[in-house]
Write a new protein. Structure first.
Length: 292
């Protein structure tokens, strides 16, 4: 049995999970799920709400929590304490019987059932870890970025994997003009990538280029991690980078890349083969793109 963190929800509330070797399944903290659904900052209030909700559901004949599995999670007082946990089936039961419709988005996230373009693309991104496709790519190449984009958005956008031919803006930022884009991409591809500084510079330049009509950030973050992995034996733990800090640093990077470099440097880890870290990173990457 090992204590691991699950992927974070879009409202930035952490849902912790613990692996049960005996039964070969994940168990999720019930209080964390309430915090995520209610977008509750206070852990004690979330715990109180969960205890009230559990009693309410029990009276209604709904029993999402197994009485035989109490695992320990880190409590606000810093001690490891027993906590109610739910398996995947229990999470879905709880969400379906939640007192209001706030659990609908959570259930979509938990079951990956979002049928929007973003949701479908995220499902594809999750499967990248097991696909083996990333291992066959040339890190830092334009072709590898196109392959990643095509994998994420194939069947969703007719331009998946294709370099744009139109000039685009976003939030007042003008990206590389279409007539100069191909030449600019060749220049970026030729940039060195032997050190952290060089890789970060290459990432910033690719972001400014913005080679696709949509899906640039999600594709380029995976592309960046591929370079770090192959060149330095590192990857980014995106859960360590706050959304607002990341977006502000990326906007600033067009003139000064120091902020994004600081964020990336502080989030580097050598856990390049950690599936849970990869999945959490994907969820954060897509969270960065959501409208507040």
């Amino acid at each position: 049995m090992s204590d691991k963190k699950s992927i974070r929800f879009f409202n930035d509330r952490e849902v912790r999970a613990i692996w049960d070797e005996e039964h070969n399944k994940w168990w999720f903290s019930a209080t964390d799920i309430v915090r995520a659904i209610n977008d509750e900052e206070d852990y004690v209030r979330a715990g109180n709400y969960w205890r009230w909700l559990k009693k309410k559901l029990t009276k209604e004949g709904v029993q999402p929590v197994s009485a035989t599995h109490e695992f320990r999670f880190l409590a606000p007082d810093g001690k490891m304490r027993k906590a109610d946990v739910l398996d995947a089936e229990g999470v879905q039961v709880l969400a379906r019987h939640y007192p209001n419709n706030r659990a609908t988005a959570f259930l979509d996230w938990f079951t990956y059932s979002d049928n929007s373009i973003d949701g479908q693309s995220r499902k594809k991104a999750y499967s990248l870890f097991e696909s083996g496709i990333l291992d066959s790519m040339t890190p830092g190449s334009v072709k590898s970025l196109q392959q990643i984009h095509a994998y994420l958005f194939g069947g969703l956008y007719d331009f998946a994997g294709q370099i744009r031919t139109k000039t685009i803006w976003k939030d007042g930022t003008l990206f590389c003009r279409a007539e100069y884009l191909i030449a600019n991409l060749k220049m970026i591809e030729a940039m060195p990538q032997s050190t952290f500084e060089e890789i970060a510079n290459k990432y910033v330049e690719m972001n400014v280029a913005h080679p696709f009509m949509e899906g640039n950030g999600r594709s380029t973050r995976i592309w960046l991690d591929l370079i770090f992995k192959k060149q330095l034996g590192k990857c980014v733990d995106w859960s360590q980078i706050d959304k607002k800090d990341y977006l502000a640093a990326m906007r600033q990077s067009t003139t000064d890349a120091s902020a994004i470099k600081t964020l990336l440097q502080g989030a580097l880890t050598d856990k390049i083969d950690d599936r849970e870290l990869f999945m959490k990173g994907i969820d954060y990457s897509y969270y960065y793109e959501q409208e507040d």
